[in-house]
Write a protein that binds this ligand. Structure first.
Ligand code: UTP
Length: 279
């Protein structure tokens, strides 16, 4: 058992930026080459030592659950052929990990999605991956880097951050804070703001879709009020913990692709296609 055993995947959203395809295909099942985004996320969590995959999903997203189940007919049809190894990676994930699913009945925001996973997480620290933020790098994955930092700060939540252009901050949660002693990439967060205008933003350090959360977050989420759109934001819940000095922001090593946007998805596809020598 690793220090963090479970990873929560909030995958209930409608993915409206990818309509019409997301009318019937979950955004998380869109492939970069032949592998769906959700599988990249699961592999990253496995690489960080986790085996409990908790999916906060919706009734429209059965395809995600099917992806991690054995498909007896396809298996039989490719058995003994050159294609037999094509399912190895996903079968390996299914064998090694325990997948559990819980439905978020109403889309009330990322904070609400995470809170929905509470019965399957229990009273232990856990990771969160937003699979539409696809991270790629040599060496330790972003989540594995964060687990190492968490080991040094077990009372804190860790959020992954990236520097973006000031004109981009209004798409993200933004942090403000000071570097930890002797660190060049980890900040003690003292304030956070969700989607500020560039003029009002404290920094250009934005939170991307990787978190390590202590179970304390569930109590905080319970009393976090919805924003003007009726959504419960994880950034606002984390702000409560930041005020107590319990949030660290980590500038990770590696690349992140915003596969929740069409442009980012195309950039990611090109990146992986080049690596495979396809273009
Ligand atoms: P996004 O806002 O990026 O995803 O939420 P979306 O709503 O699916 O996409 P668009 O904006 O309509 O194109 C970030 C992540 O949080 C999940 C989404 O599934 C996505 O992985 N999420 C968001 C939930 O699971 N539930 C929610 O209520 C909101």
């Amino acid at each position: 058992m690793g220090i963090i055993n479970k990873c929560l995947f909030p995958v209930a959203g409608y993915g409206t930026r990818f309509l019409p395809v997301t009318k019937s295909i979950p955004k998380e099942m869109l492939p970069i080459l032949t592998k769906p985004l959700i599988q990249y996320g699961v592999e990253e969590a496995m690489g960080a030592g986790m085996a409990g995959m908790v999916m906060v999903t919706s009734k429209y997203k059965q395809a995600i659950e099917n992806h991690f189940k054995v498909h007896i007919d396809i298996e039989a049809s490719i058995k003994g052929t050159a294609k037999e190894s094509l399912l190895d990676e996903v079968n390996y994930a299914s064998e090694q990990c325990d997948f559990s699913y819980i439905e978020q009945e109403k889309m009330l925001g990322l904070g609400h999605a995470i809170y929905t996973g509470k019965p399957l997480i229990g009273n232990e620290p856990f990771a969160v991956i937003l699979p539409d933020d696809l991270c790629a790098n040599d060496g330790d994955s972003v989540l594995a880097q964060m687990v190492k930092l968490y080991q040094q700060h077990p009372d804190c939540c860790i959020v992954a951050i990236e520097e973006v252009l000031m004109t981009e901050v209004d798409k993200y949660g933004v942090i403000d804070g000071g570097l930890l002693k002797n660190s060049t990439n980890a900040y003690r967060v003292n304030s956070m703001v969700e989607k500020p205008s560039p003029e009002d933003s404290p920094t250009n350090l934005v939170i991307i879709g990787r978190y390590i959360l202590t179970p304390e977050i569930f109590d905080v989420l319970e009393s976090t009020e919805a924003d003007e759109n009726g959504e419960i934001q994880i950034t606002n819940a984390l702000m409560t913990l930041a005020k107590q000095g319990k949030v660290i922001a980590y500038k990770f090593q590696g690349k992140r692709f915003d596969c929740g946007s069409v442009k980012g998805f195309v950039v990611a596809t090109n990146h992986f296609a080049k690596i495979e020598g396809l273009i």
